[in-house]
Design a protein around this ligand. Structure first.
Ligand SMILES: C[S@@+](CC[C@H](N)C(=O)[O-])C[C@H]1O[C@@H](n2cnc3c(N)ncnc32)[C@H](O)[C@@H]1O
Length: 250
């Protein structure tokens, strides 16, 4: 089990199995530089694809989070949100690699800092497109600022667009997508997101309640048939209402 997301609430939960939780210690990939971090993720075999390595080396985390950008743990970005841990970003990009080929279209639900959206945009290249959807307006603005600072051409060319909205409904205006990544946990299988996948297409999403979830991979094949695979146990913040998230933060 990987320790990928946390909120201050999690440490109060007495159901944590810390032995299991810490067994893989993936956050030992922390480093002093972006290059060092990606190299450690590669040594740990969390990154295996050259395309993922290249994307994560080109998108420097320091442009997306100022506090400990190269620590392999989630960091707060305000408004009750975190930037996910680098090892989790690496897992997501590895899993979605075949659905982030040049020219493909992707949706990043809960885009937060904009970091993963930018990595996905790096992978789909000039002909591709990535939509980041986030329900907190201030985080939409933050993501735009971060990408503007890092890769302004992504915004100018509309390779990347950030939308304010409830990501639980996806973003049907731009559907269908080759892949959808979700950065917060859904309580149950989100049919609306599956409906917005191409044939073939893949959804990568944490599912479950009470702070413990599994990352589920939903594959829609070329005939439209959907299969589910559970990949690993995780702890993510929930997909929720904007008002509730802001209220819980204070
Ligand atoms: C753990 S953070 C990950 C953020 C981003 N992937 C990153 O690494 O910077 C989860 C994000 O999901 C957002 N979120 C939660 N519920 C949402 C919803 N219903 N619609 C859109 N975004 C949501 C949160 O505001 C937060 O930014």
């Amino acid at each position: 089990m990987y320790f990928m997301q946390f909120s201050r609430h999690l440490f109060n939960r007495n159901s944590l199995n810390l032995n299991t939780l810490f067994s893989k210690m993936a956050w030992l990939c922390s480093a002093d530089s972006n290059e060092g971090l990606v190299n450690k993720l590669k040594e740990a075999k969390i990154i295996e694809s050259e395309r993922v390595e290249k994307a994560m080396k080109r998108i420097d985390r320091k442009n997306y989070v100022s506090f400990k950008p190269y620590a392999d743990s989630p960091q707060t970005i305000g408004y009750g949100a975190t930037i996910s841990a680098p090892h989790m970003h690496a897992h997501a990009l590895e899993n979605l690699e075949n659905f982030l080929k040049p020219g493909m279209k992707a949706l990043d639900v809960g885009s937060g800092s904009g970091y993963l959206t930018a990595c996905m945009a790096e992978m789909v290249d000039k002909e591709g497109k990535v939509i980041g959807i986030e329900h907190i307006r201030q985080l939409v603005d933050l993501a735009k600022l971060n990408v503007q600072k890092d890769r302004p051409e992504f915004l100018e060319s509309k390779r990347v667009e950030f939308i304010e909205g409830d990501g639980r409904k996806g973003y049907p205006e731009e559907a269908p997508y080759d892949c959808i990544h979700v950065g917060a946990a859904a309580e149950k299988t989100p049919q609306e997101l599956i409906n917005q996948l191409k044939t073939p297409g893949r959804l990568f999403i944490p599912v479950g309640g009470n702070g413990f979830q599994t990352i589920n991979q939903y594959d829609k094949d070329s005939s439209g048939k959907v299969t589910k695979k559970s990949l690993m146990g995780v702890i993510y913040v929930p997909l929720t209402d904007a008002k509730k998230q802001l209220r819980d933060e204070y």
